[in-house]
Structures are given as C-alpha cells and as structure tokens.
Design a binder for this molecule. Structure first.
Ligand SMILES: Nc1ncnc2c1ncn2[C@@H]1O[C@H](COP(=O)(O)OP(=O)(O)O)[C@@H](O)[C@H]1O
Ligand SMILES: [Mg+2]
Length: 352
C-alpha cells in the first residue's frame, strides 16, 4: 500500500504543485490520478520514487516512509513507465528490457531470457526483440516500456500518461492489455492520466485532482459518476460532452508551422519559446523550452488529416508547450499545430 499523508510540494519558484494530499493506494489495485494539465499528477507520482522530494508530509510504502529509503533501493521495487516509453535508442528491444535485471547482477543470458518472456507477456511478437526502438510503432514501444518496467518484478508500478501519445485505437488495445496483465500480476499501480474516460476504464479507484494540487475526490469509478463530490468533479466528468463534437471535425488542411523543429541535442536558443526536437529521420523527441533548455518536455501527436480535431486538442493539452505535433502515417513530423491555430480551428468548429 502507498500512503500519502498530508503531502505538499512547493517548487523553489513558489508554485504549490501538490497541496496537503492525503490518500491511500491499496496493494494490488490500480489507483488513477486524473485531473487537468498542471494539477500536480506528475509531481505526485515522482515523489513516490523520490525523483522529487516532498516539501512537507510523508509518503509511506507499506508503512515505511520513502524519505528514509535511499533512491536506488527504493526504485528497485518500483517500475516506472512514461510517455514515449523512454527507451534507450541505441539498445535493441531485448536489451532495453533486460537492462534492470542485468544491473541487478543477473547473468546476461538469464536477463535476456527474462526479457523475452516479458515481451511475449505484453503481447509483442518476439521477432521484434532484435530491433531498435525507432523500428517499432509508438504502441509497440509503449508495450516495451511496460515490459521493461516489469523486468525486475517490482511490486509497485508508476505510470505517467503512458498511453497518451498513441492513437485512440492503439490506446484502447494498450488499456485492455494492461487490465489483462494486472489480472495476472496484481501489482500496486498508480496510473496518471488527464483523460477521464481512461481513468474510469482503468481505475479500481480514481483520485480527481484540481489545479493547485488538491484532491477533489477519491472514489471508485461508479461512485464518481453517480455521486460527484462538487461542481469541479461534475464538470470534469462531463467535460467530454462539450468537446465530443470535435471528434467529428477533420484536421485536414489546418495550417501547420514547419519552422519550429530542431535536431535532437539543440540548445533551445531561439526567439521561439518552444522548439520541437526531432531525430535525424524526423520523429518527435520532445519540446525544448527556452527557459529550461537542457530538458525535454513531453509532447502529444495526432495523425494529420486522419485524426479529428479532438485528437489535436488532446495532443496540445498533453504538453507544457501547448502545441500539438502533427505526424504522418510513418510517425514523421508533418509540422506543428500551434495553440493559436488550434484555438482558431475550435472557434470555427463552434461557429459552424
Ligand atoms: N520543476 C518545476 N519548477 C517549477 N514549477 C514546476 C516544476 N515542475 C512542475 N511545476 C509546476 O507544478 C504544477 C504541477 O505540475 P505537474 O505535476 O507536472 O502537473 P501535471 O502532471 O498534472 O500536468 C504546474 O503548475 C507546473 O507548472
Ligand atoms: Mg504530467
């Protein structure tokens, strides 16, 4: 069980990202943290494995304060899955998955055998094992990310928007796969998403957070739907209605900017507040903020001309840049749909 006991996180600039959060994530269950962008989901998650330390309050892992456990030991028992899977680009798939067991001192053969077993378990064809990450689709990479997190058989799994950057059909199959796996494995999972539908589908219990990092409600999905605690929760649950119609608005012909992409490793210096780092073959890697040039921020993609405007909005909401990345069927960047262009398109959709 993971316990948050009056946990607060204030960043040095004064932002209160998480405000006296208290809740329990029971062993063997999926607890979902859901809420709008900036409500402190990622911060909450990263305080569990001490990538971020809490300012006040305690986080307990089976009753033991994580603050008292040194991070490497702590992380051995905690798998971590992020958007875009975060795979090592220069290692083969099998070696990506075998990394942790290998680091734990397993023989190379044993670690690789374990990796193959896990690849099969997450529904991947074993012929993919000898490929490199860029040779896999987004959905396949995400499965590898899950396999890698499970490699050392940790009792706890933290998942931060793991399925948000893949298209809706693949997302559905990844969600189904996670539920199937969880029925076998009974991990203690904390799953972060901004998508209320995903939260309701996956969560045994759902914690709805509001901006400012406060817990609005913690309940089973059914209770959440039937007895929302307040107007914020009611509106968040019903938000879907307002934007559902964007599902039927095409993205074909929307104006894209093609001057915002830079090669991976770029230092981010430019007049633009945000630049999109791409691989040599034009696949998106992350946003670079002018203010934090050394850091890659998460991004969202939509299939240009095929996905509806709702997917573009979703992609924009996912990223601190506020922009959505348009890709083609091969996953290469077609351009950037800026927040401004997106707003314009949504206004036109509302008029028409
Ligand atoms: N390193 C940081 N320094 C200052 N503020 C931050 C930092 N990281 C996140 N924040 C702020 O904390 C709040 C919560 O962020 P985050 O936990 O990433 O939210 P979420 O994952 O729900 O989108 C936001 O206002 C964000 O801008
Ligand atoms: Mg986040």
């Amino acid at each position: 069980m993971i316990t948050f006991d009056a946990v607060t996180k204030r960043y040095p600039d004064g932002t209160t990202a998480v405000d006296r959060l208290s809740l329990e994530a029971p062993t063997g269950e999926i607890t979902v943290f859901v809420g709008p962008s900036g409500c402190g989901k990622t911060t909450s998650l990263r305080m569990i494995n001490r990538m971020i330390d809490a300012t006040e309050g305690k986080i307990l892992l089976d009753g033991e304060p994580v603050q008292g456990i040194d991070p490497p030991t702590l992380r051995r028992g905690i798998g971590y899955v992020i958007q875009q899977a975060g795979l090592f680009p220069h290692r083969k798939i099998v070696d990506n998955v075998a990394t942790v067991p290998f680091l734990l001192g397993w023989s190379r053969k044993k670690a690789r055998d374990r990796a193959m077993e896990l690849l099969e378990r997450v529904g991947l064809d074993l012929s993919l094992a000898e490929r490199y990450p860029f040779q896999l689709s987004g959905g396949q990479q995400q499965r590898v990310g899950v396999a890698r997190a499970l490699a050392a058989d940790p009792p706890v799994l933290l998942m931060d928007e793991p399925f948000s950057a893949v298209d809706p059909v693949v997302r559905t199959s990844l969600q189904d796969e996670l539920l199937r796996l969880q029925a076998e494995l009974n991990k203690t999972i904390i799953f972060v998403t901004h998508d209320i539908d995903e939260a309701i589908k996956l969560g045994d219990r759902v914690a709805v957070l509001r901006v400012g990092g406060q817990l609005a409600q913690l309940a089973a999905p059914k209770t959440l739907l039937s007895e929302p605690a307040d107007d914020f929760v009611r509106e968040f649950l019903g938000r879907d209605r307002g934007i559902r119609r964007l599902q039927f608005v095409p993205t074909a012909g929307l104006p894209l900017r093609t001057d915002l992409t830079v090669p991976e490793g770029h230092d981010g210096t430019a007049d633009e507040p945000w630049l999109l780092a791409v691989t040599p073959d034009d696949r998106p890697v992350g946003w670079i903020s002018k203010d934090r040039p050394g850091q890659l921020e998460q991004f969202g993609t939509f299939l240009y001309g095929q996905d509806p405007l709702r997917s573009a909005l979703d992609a924009a909401l996912l990223s601190p840049s506020g922009h959505a990345v348009a890709v083609d069927e091969t996953g290469q960047v077609a351009g950037v749909l800026t927040r401004k262009a997106l707003d314009q398109a949504m206004m036109e959709a509302a008029d028409g």
